[in-house]
Write a protein that binds this ligand. Structure first.
Ligand SMILES: [Zn+2]
Ligand SMILES: [Zn+2]
Length: 124
């Protein structure tokens, strides 16, 4: 059993090195991938079917994960957007992320103003 595992691993490295598909070991691997086109499509299909089958489950998992992450970061006083920098006092975002959010809000606001202004100018 163990010997087999090592064999598989050696094959994997060998195939990878020689740009051969690590799954079927027959076709050339696609550029920047370890699988051939055929195996890639099969993998993608399998992943899609899996995602479809477990859709609710995955969504729930994701929801719980992001909720936990949010709560944990908030408790630790770390920015909930980047999860790296400390949040500004009484906020859930760091200085950098809140500036980014503000900038986006301001851009939207300005766009709105420009849109209305143009409309007025057209009328005149
Ligand atoms: Zn293949
Ligand atoms: Zn941040």
């Amino acid at each position: 059993m163990r010997g087999e595992e090592i064999m598989c691993r050696a094959n994997y490295e060998y195939y990878k090195e020689h740009h051969i598909c690590v799954k079927c070991g027959q076709e050339d691997a696609e550029k920047d991938h370890t699988l051939c086109l055929n195996c890639m499509m099969k993998e993608r299909e399998r992943a899609a079917i899996y995602a479809q089958k477990h859709r609710e489950e995955l969504l729930e998992k994701h929801r719980i994960n992001s909720k936990n992450r949010y709560r944990r970061l908030k408790e630790q006083g770390i920015c909930t957007t980047c999860g790296k920098r400390p949040a500004v006092h009484d906020k859930i975002l760091c200085r950098y992320c809140s500036a980014k959010v503000n900038y986006r809000k301001r851009q939207k606001y300005l766009l709105n103003i420009y849109a209305t202004k143009n409309m007025c100018e057209i009328r005149i």
